[in-house]
Design a protein around this ligand. Structure first.
Ligand code: AMP
Ligand code: ZN
Length: 492
C-alpha cells in the first residue's frame, strides 16, 4: 500500500492521512436505506459515493469489509421518537404485511444499485434480524447508568452522558445550545429531557411492528440498530463510518453516544459524509415530492427532464462532482455528462485499436498515472480523476489520427490504467452493444488460439491433446471441421 490516501474526517473537520486499524484491512459501515418506498436518485447518490470509496479502497489493495444495513423497523416519521413507523404506515395504506413492504423495496433497492453497477456490500444486515443484539446493547447502556426506563420505554440520558463524555462532537453542537433549541416536552412524553432519545419504545396497541423485550412489547429506536450491527460485524472500534450529511445529527451523534456509553471509547476513526443531490436547488427528498426515481430517469417518464438518461450516464454525472459537494440535477448538466461519458467510452474502446510505434511516446504516462492516483488519494476526488482521463482521451484520439505516437510499452500501461480507473474505480461500464462485441471478439480470439494449439498437437502426433480440445469444445456446442484448407469452427 504505497499510496498515501487522505480523507476528510467529519469528526475532526479536516483532511487526515488514512491509517486503518489493522494493516491492509478496512472496516466500513454505511447507513443503508429505510425500505418503505422506492429509493430516489438522492439516496442513490449517497450509495454511489460510498461505492466509489469502497471500490478505490479495494483498488489500493485493502481487504474491505463493507457493512451496509437495511432499516426495516424503528425509523419513525419525521426522524423523531414519535409518530408512525414508516414501514408500518405504508403497510397500513396498502393493506399488506410490513414485511411485504420490506421485501418489495429491498428488492427495488438492490436492483437499482445493480443497474448503477454498485458493488454489493460484504454484509447487509437488517434491523429486525438483530433485535437480540439491540436488546443486549440496551441492557449494557442501562447497566452503565446512561439510560432509564419509563412505562416500558427506555431512553438514552443525554445530559448524564454529557457529564462524562461530550455529546455533540460530530455535529459540533454543545449541550447548552441543544437544550436551548429543544422544544419543551408537551407533558405526553415519558422522556426526562427533550434531548433524550429512544432506545426502546413500548408499542401502542395499534402499532403492529412489535417484539417482546424485558421492558415491553415494542420496537427499537432508530439509532440503535446501526450501533448494534456495526459493533457486531466490525468491532468496538472500526475505521470508516459513512452516510449522507443529513444523518450527522441526530443519527450519527446518537450512534457515537450509544457506543461510547458502553465501550468507553471512540467507536469510529473516520466519519465520511456524502453531500446531497438537489433538484431545482432543493434537497431531493421523498417527503416533499421533490425527487426523481431511477426508473423515471432511465425511461424518461418524468415531468422534469426532456429525455431519458441511462444508468451509466447518471452515475457518471454524479461522479463528476466531488462526493462532499452539492450537485443539482438538471437537463443541461445531464446532457453535458452524456456527451462527456460518450467521449470517454469512445476513448476506452479506441485503446484496443491503437497501433504502437517504434519511437517513444508524446505523453508522459508515468506522470499521468501518478496524477490519477493523486486525485483519488486526495479524499476520493473523482472529478479531478475524470479530468485526467479526458487528458488521456485527447491523446488517444491524437494517436489514432496519426498526430501523436505511443510506444508499445506505454500503450500497454495506458490501457491498463485507463481501464482500471474507468471500470474498477469509477465503476463505469461501456454500453451493452460494445460489451457484446468485445465478448465475441474475445471468444473468437480464444477459439483461434485453441485451433493453433490443436494444429500443433496434431503435427506432433499428440492426438490425446487434439482430441481433448475437439471433444471439450463439442460438449459446449462448438464444432471443429478439419478440411484440406485447414481447420475451421462453428459455434451453435
Ligand atoms: P433513508 O432511506 O431516508 O434513511 O436515506 C438513505 C440515505 O440516503 C441516507 O444516507 C441519506 O442521507 C441519503 N439521502 C437522502 N436524501 C438524499 C439526497 N437528496 N441526496 C443525497 N443523499 C440523500
Ligand atoms: Zn445508521
Amino acid at each position: 500500500m504505497e499510496q498515501k490516501l487522505v480523507v476528510y474526517n467529519s469528526l475532526k473537520g479536516e483532511k487526515e492521512s488514512f491509517k486503518p486499524i489493522n494493516k491492509d484491512h478496512v472496516g466500513m459501515y454505511v447507513c443503508g436505506p429505510t425500505v418503505y418506498s422506492n429509493v430516489h436518485l438522492g439516496n442513490c447518490r449517497t450509495f454511489i459515493s460510498f461505492d466509489l470509496i469502497f471500490r478505490y479502497l479495494q483498488y489500493l489493495g485493502y481487504k474491505v469489509r463493507y457493512v451496509r444495513n437495511i432499516t426495516d423497523a424503528g425509523h419513525l416519521e419525521n426522524d423523531s421518537d414519535e409518530g408512525e413507523d414508516r414501514i408500518a404506515k405504508k403497510a397500513r395504506l396498502e393493506s399488506i404485511e410490513p414485511m411485504e413492504v420490506v421485501q418489495r423495496y429491498t428488492i427495488d433497492f438492490r436492483d437499482t444499485m445493480a443497474k448503477f453497477n454498485a458493488l454489493p456490500p460484504s454484509i447487509e444486515p437488517t434491523a429486525t434480524g438483530h433485535l437480540v443484539e439491540q436488546i443486549e446493547f440496551i441492557k449494557k447502556i442501562l447497566d452503565q447508568g446512561y439510560a432509564y426506563e419509563v412505562n416500558g420505554s427506555v431512553y438514552f440520558d443525554v445530559l448524564k452522558f454529557n457529564k462524562d463524555m461530550p455529546y455533540g462532537k460530530l455535529s459540533r453542537r454543545n449541550i447548552e445550545e441543544l437544550v436551548h433549541n429543544s422544544r419543551a416536552l408537551d407533558g405526553q412524553s415519558d422522556k426526562r429531557n427533550p434531548q433524550d432519545f429512544a432506545l426502546w419504545k413500548k408499542a401502542e396497541p395499534k402499532h403492529i411492528m412489535r417484539w417482546p423485550s424485558p421492558w415491553s412489547d415494542g420496537f427499537p429506536g432508530w439509532h440503535l440498530e446501526c450501533t448494534a450491527m456495526s459493533t457486531k460485524y466490525l468491532g468496538t472500534q472500526f475505521d470508516i463510518h459513512g452516510g449522507g450529511m443529513d444523518l450527522k445529527f441526530p443519527h450519527h451523534e446518537c450512534e457515537i453516544a450509544q457506543a461510547e456509553a458502553v465501550n468507553k471509547k471512540n467507536p469510529v476513526n473516520y466519519w465520511l459524509h456524502a453531500n446531497m443531490l438537489t433538484l431545482n436547488g432543493k434537497k431531493m427528498a421523498k417527503s416533499t415530492g421533490n425527487n426523481i426515481l431511477p426508473y423515471e430517469m432511465f425511461s424518461g417518464e418524468n415531468s422534469i427532464l426532456k429525455k431519458s438518461f441511462s444508468p451509466m450516464v447518471t452515475r457518471f454525472f454524479m461522479l463528476q462532482a466531488h462526493y462532499r459537494s452539492i450537485v443539482d440535477l438538471s437537463q443541461s448538466a445531464l446532457e453535458a455528462s452524456e456527451k462527456g461519458f460518450n467521449r470517454l467510452v469512445e476513448g476506452i474502446l479506441m485503446l484496443d485499436q491503437l497501433v504502437a510505434s517504434d519511437s517513444s511516446s508524446d505523453f508522459n504516462i508515468g506522470e499521468w498515472n501518478k496524477n490519477c492516483y493523486s486525485a483519488m488519494n486526495d479524499d476520493f476526488n473523482s472529478p479531478s480523476l475524470i479530468a485526467y482521463l479526458f487528458d488521456a482521451v485527447k491523446y488517444i484520439n491524437a494517436v489514432s489520427s496519426g498526430l501523436k505516437k505511443i510506444s508499445s510499452e506505454d500503450l500497454e500501461s495506458l490501457s491498463k490504467s485507463m481501464k482500471g480507473f474507468f471500470y474498477e474505480v469509477l465503476g463505469l461500464l461501456t454500453p451493452e452493444k460494445d460489451k457484446n462485441e468485445n465478448e465475441s471478439k474475445q471468444l473468437i480470439g480464444t477459439l483461434e488460439l485453441l485451433m493453433t494449439l490443436r494444429d500443433n498437437a496434431r503435427a506432433d502426433k499428440d492426438f490425446k491433446t487434439s482430441d481433448l480440445i475437439r471433444n471439450s469444445l463439442e460438449k459446449i456446442q462448438i464444432q471443429i471441421n478439419d478440411t484440406e484448407e485447414g481447420t475451421s469452427f462453428k459455434v451453435y
